[in-house]
Design a protein around this ligand. Sequence first.
Ligand SMILES: Nc1ncnc2c1ncn2[C@@H]1O[C@H](COP(=O)(O)OP(=O)(O)OP(=O)(O)O)[C@@H](O)[C@H]1O
Ligand SMILES: [Mg+2]
Length: 293
Amino acid sequence: MAEAHIIDTPSGAPASQAGTGRGAISIRNVTKIYDPEGVNVMAVDDCSMEIAGGEVCMIVGPSGCGKTTLLNAIAGFHSVTSGAIYLDGELLCGPGKPLADQGADRVVVFQNGALFPWKTLADNVAYGPVVQGRMTKAEAREKAHQMLEEAGLHGVADKYAGEVSSGMARRAEIVRALINDPKVLLLDEPYRAMDALTKSIMHEALLEVYDRTKVTIFFITHDLEEAIFLGDRVIVMTTRPARTKKIVDVKIPRPRDYKLLSSEEFRLLVGEAKDAVHEEAIKAFEAGERELA
Ligand SMILES: Nc1ncnc2c1ncn2[C@@H]1O[C@H](COP(=O)(O)OP(=O)(O)OP(=O)(O)O)[C@@H](O)[C@H]1O
Ligand SMILES: [Mg+2]
């Protein structure tokens, strides 16, 4: 159990008003330098942001700017060089606590999927709570079946992961991530390789899950339409090293559906995010040119 440090005043990007209070993330002046004695890559520099509990926070920014680095620090996969990250006021990462515990309160959904192909969807979903000793096999199986049904995966719970479509597999991964009722869902470009139609089905499925659970979502993407469609806020990061460049507030009411995509309000918000990302992408490109020169 992490030592409790209660945070007082917020700093950096202020929290959205969207939240429920559970699963608030506070990133305070975080810097991450990889291999300071060797290649010395500064991936994140003095980055601060406040994410409200129950917020859908979308992170966008140029390739290689430091987004995954930030996600990995929240997840507890690696530490930060300075600064601190808190979850509901409890220190995850920072001074006196070099590496965050990887906990059931934060769950990561990876880009390339991670279901065991030799297990059924239900057994994949049930696997975590059983190996962690949180539930018996029978309890976990029953819950897995129920959650897969709720997520619209009717009649496929007993199919092997390799037998279902990639869209169904991705939906089952979200169900698996949620079986322990985490406070925070961390997603790193989960729908990157999908065609537009499958992606839109994924978005509706994720929003449906969100409307039911109100889990805090920290979601990295390069797709600005995806960012505006799903998010309460879109945080645009600078080119490496990552800092908060701009926050786009998406005050479009939920539940949202696909008619939104053709609305003027939606187009304006996408444009606003696009301008900010484009400005940073040009800086990244020019910096790359200089490094090569
Ligand atoms: N283990 C590591 N050692 C050294 N440098 C690293 C390491 N991991 C990442 N980097 C560098 O840190 C920078 C940020 O990487 P990161 O993966 O966080 O970027 P990103 O914003 O997620 O990029 P992308 O959009 O391409 O996924 C990059 O320059 C990357 O090469
Ligand atoms: Mg990345």
